[in-house]
Write a protein that binds this ligand. Structure first.
Ligand SMILES: *Cc1c(COP(=O)(O)O)cnc(C)c1O
Length: 456
């Protein structure tokens, strides 16, 4: 990494160096000696106001690919065996992935959404049921509950960790609760011990959404195996990807076989060709052989990429912790490995002369550091109201129960978190350590000039 840093360092101009030195003095020297002075660009003027950006080159792209991936796909193309019924790649990937994740059984699916939907169906979730879900997550979690015609019941978020607040879990359980869906958000993990304890006490199946947490660990065990089922996504943005794709992990072989049947339009594993009888209701949610071939090839890089992300994230946290108004997401003590699908932090405008988050993000982008504000409050989204207004939901639940749902649908900590979150994507952690210095330098630069920017 050191070598890459030096290679990326152009000649240092004296003016820029002096600019950097004066900033060290004016900010009390909070770590500004880090990073290469040249990489810091023009510190006298914000890029958003016409100055030189801190980072002029791009962060590493995503996906990462080479001829190995090309050959993996080409091999399937040439074989003419393009679906799991005729090929061997999907089955092979299921073996590889369950081994990698320390899980007993795996079923590959067409997406993470498909994995969640299949699991909920096999758990028997249906009309009248409530499924507990965090509001700080991707909309797919809620969509699959609604697709089962069940009610999503939101449990508030722990602002410190960005994960569901396990201490509030029992408070949302009712006689209708049929499952708990818990999400390992951003690659970190929720408090597995606490969530498992509640699930066991109330005899509720736990569905783990590990779509963002490939290789993350709780007390040394990989995520995806703490509940009845654990679901993964291999969609293009995810840490392991084949464009689209997903998987279910479970320690229960019968559960896996029932998932197989569901994801295969209700047809069992041994059923072939003209046997048009059906074991159960289902859908076609199968992964293709092309995707499985690509996943096996992509998987060979996963550990090394994951290590790189972790090392960079750790260093970035050490830098950002020193900046007033920037609070990196904390991890629970049991989270022994974070997959860093996202690097998440909270932004406090009060420490940036009142600069709104939106303006901060715009300034950061201009400095060459793309960042997003992350999720909006999912439990308040208007699409839920429109869904509940449909004939089906009105028939199943009635006005009174839906009004009660709305009355209880409050997640104040989550509302607050949604207004203060800032995310960096996983690919930004794949480059040299100097990239982390540049992220921190850009934030310090904005903080230093926040007053001017607020007035402009
Ligand atoms: C990506 C994601 C999903 C959905 O996965 P797809 O493969 O896009 O269908 C579900 N839950 C979470 C938390 C995700 O990040």
């Amino acid at each position: 990494m050191e070598r890459e840093t030096k290679q990326n360092t152009p000649a240092v101009s004296r003016r820029r160096f002096l600019g950097a030195s004066s900033l060290i003095v004016s900010t009390g020297g909070a770590g500004l000696a880090l990073g290469s002075p040249a990489a810091r660009g023009d510190l006298d003027k914000l890029a958003v106001l016409g100055g030189k950006p801190i980072k002029s080159d791009a962060f590493p792209g995503w996906p990462v690919e080479d001829s190995t991936d090309e050959n993996a796909v080409a091999e399937v193309v040439r074989s003419g065996k393009w679906y799991r019924g005729t090929g061997t790649k999907v089955l092979k990937f299921e073996q590889l992935f369950s081994q990698l994740m320390d899980a007993k059984h795996c079923l590959a699916t067409s997406s993470g959404t498909a994995a969640l939907l299949t699991s909920l169906n096999v758990m028997g979730i249906g009309p009248g049921d409530e499924v507990i879900v965090p509001p700080y997550t991707f909309v797919a979690c809620v969509n699959v509950i609604l697709a089962c015609h069940a009610l999503p019941v939101f449990v508030d978020t722990d602002r410190e960790t960005f994960q569901l607040d396990a201490s509030k879990l029992e408070g949302v359980i009712t006689e209708h609760t049929a499952a708990i869906m818990a999400v390992q958000l951003g690659g970190s993990t929720f408090d597995v011990d606490a969530v498992q304890a509640v699930a066991r006490k109330h005899r509720l199946p736990l569905l783990e959404d590990s779509c963002q947490s490939h290789l993350a660990e709780w007390r040394g065990h990989r995520t995806g195996s703490f509940g009845t089922a654990g679901c993964f996504s291999f969609q293009a943005s995810k840490n392991l990807n084949s464009g689209e794709g997903g998987a279910i992990l479970t320690s229960d072989e019968e559960f896996r076989e029932r998932c197989y049947t569901f994801h295969n339009n209700g047809r069992g594993r041994v059923q072939r060709g003209e046997d048009f009888t059906y074991a159960a209701q289902g859908l076609n949610l199968r992964l293709t052989e092309f995707q499985a071939g690509l996943l096996a090839s992509q998987m060979t890089r996963l550990e090394a990429q994951s290590d790189r992300r972790r090392a960079n994230a750790k260093y970035l946290t050490s830098l950002l912790r020193e900046i007033p108004g920037i609070t990196p997401a904390k991890m629970y003590a049991g989270c022994t490995r974070n997959a860093y699908h996202l690097y998440m932090l909270r932004y406090d405008p009060a420490q940036f002369t009142g600069l709104p988050r939106k303006t901060f993000l715009k300034a950061l982008k201009a400095e060459g550091i793309p960042a997003s504000a992350g999720y909006a409050p999912l439990n308040k989204d208007q699409f839920l109201k429109r869904t509940f207004a449909t004939r089906g939901f009105q028939t199943i639940y009635g006005k009174e129960r839906l009004a009660r749902w709305e009355q209880n649908n409050n997640c104040p900590a989550n509302d607050r978190l949604c207004s203060e979150a800032v995310w960096f994507t996983q690919n930004m952690l794949l480059g040299p350590r100097s990239d982390m210095d540049q992220i921190a330098d850009a934030i310090r630069k904005i903080q230093h000039h926040a007053g001017e920017l607020a007035k402009s």
